[in-house]
Design a protein around this ligand. Structure first.
Ligand SMILES: Nc1ncnc2c1ncn2[C@@H]1O[C@H](COP(=O)(O)OP(=O)(O)OP(=O)(O)O)[C@@H](O)[C@H]1O
Length: 234
C-alpha cells in the first residue's frame, strides 16, 4: 500500500535518505525508529508529496506519488506530532470543517459525533473548544478526520511523544483498530516499547539508510533495545 523504491533525498550535500526501499501492506503497523536526523520525517514528507525525491519513487496503492499528487493524498491521512486544529472551534466543528475539505461533503452532526466516539474522544468533550484540549485529545480529532476520510494509509510522526503512558496506550489501540480494518500504518517513533508493543514491523534508520527490518513478533523488548543500541553505537 505504501511503497518507497530506492528513494534518495539530498538537501545540498546532505543525504537525508540514501536508497531507502520499504513496503507497508494493508493491516501493517510499520514503526520507523532512528536517532534524530536519521531521515524518518523526510520519508513521511516524501509520501505526502511535501518533498520530492532526488531519485527513486514512492507509490501509494498502485499510484506513483509524484505523478498523482492529488489522488494519492486522498488515500492518506497524516497525523503530525502536533495536530493543527482551529483552537476557537469545538472538536465537532473542527471535524466538520476538515472532513468536508477532505471528502467534499458535509457530514451530519450524528455522524461527526460517532466518528469522534470511534476515535476515543469522550462525548462530553466534543462540544468543547479545541483550545482546551490536551495533545492526546487533538490527536483523536486527527484520527476522526482519518476515519471520516476512510483513509487507506495513515502516516504519523512521533504520535506518542509527550503523551502520558495511558494516553499513549489508548492511542496505540486506535492504531491497532485502524490496522485491523485494513489500513496501512507508517509511524515514526523514538519509543522502542511502543514500537514493539504496537508495531507489526519495525525498521531502524541510521544516517539516511534503512539498516534493519524486523517483525516485532520475532524480537523481545530486550533484544530490540540491544539491537537498536548496537546499531546506534556502531
Ligand atoms: N527542509 C530541509 N532542508 C535541509 N535539510 C533538511 C530538511 N529537512 C530535513 N533535513 C535534514 O535531513 C536529515 C534528516 O532529517 P529528518 O527530519 O528526516 O530526521 P528524523 O529522523 O525525522 O529526525 P527526528 O527524530 O529529530 O525527527 C537531517 O540531517 C536534517 O537536518
Amino acid at each position: 500500500m505504501l511503497e518507497a523504491i530506492e528513494v534518495t533525498k539530498r538537501f545540498g550535500a546532505n543525504s537525508a535518505l540514501d536508497q531507502v526501499s520499504l513496503n507497508v501492506s494493508p493491516g501493517d503497523i510499520y514503526c520507523l525508529l532512528g536517532a534524530n536526523g536519521a531521515g524518518k520525517t523526510t520519508l513521511i514528507n516524501l509520501f505526502l508529496n511535501f518533498l520530492q525525491p532526488t531519485s527513486g519513487s514512492l507509490r501509494i496503492g498502485e499510484l506513483d506519488v509524484a505523478q498523482n499528487p492529488l489522488e494519492t493524498k486522498r488515500l492518506l491521512a497524516y497525523i503530525p506530532e502536533q495536530v493543527t486544529l482551529y483552537a476557537p472551534l469545538t472538536g465537532v466543528e473542527n471535524l466538520a470543517f476538515f472532513s468536508s475539505l477532505a471528502i467534499g461533503e458535509q457530514l451530519s452532526r450524528e455522524r461527526l459525533l460517532a466518528l469522534l466516539e470511534a476515535a476515543g474522544l469522550p462525548r462530553q468533550a466534543a462540544d468543547d473548544r479545541v483550545a482546551t484540549y490536551s495533545k492526546g485529545m487533538r490527536q483523536k480529532v486527527g484520527i476522526a478526520i482519518a476515519l471520516a476520510k476512510d483513509a487507506k494509509a495513515l502516516l504519523l510522526d512521533e504520535p506518542t511523544s509527550g503523551l502520558d503512558p495511558s494516553a499513549a496506550n489508548e492511542f496505540s489501540e486506535l492504531l491497532v483498530n485502524a490496522s485491523k480494518n485494513g489500513v496501512a500504518v507508517l509511524t515514526t517513533t523514538h519509543d522502542l516499547f511502543h514500537a514493539k508493543q504496537t508495531g507489526t514491523r519495525i525498521g531502524i534508520m541510521k544516517q539516511g539508510r534503512l539498516i534493519e527490518e524486523l517483525r516485532s513478533e520475532d524480537v523481545s523488548h530486550a533484544d530490540l533495545e540491544m539491537l537498536y543500541l548496537k546499531h546506534m553505537k556502531s
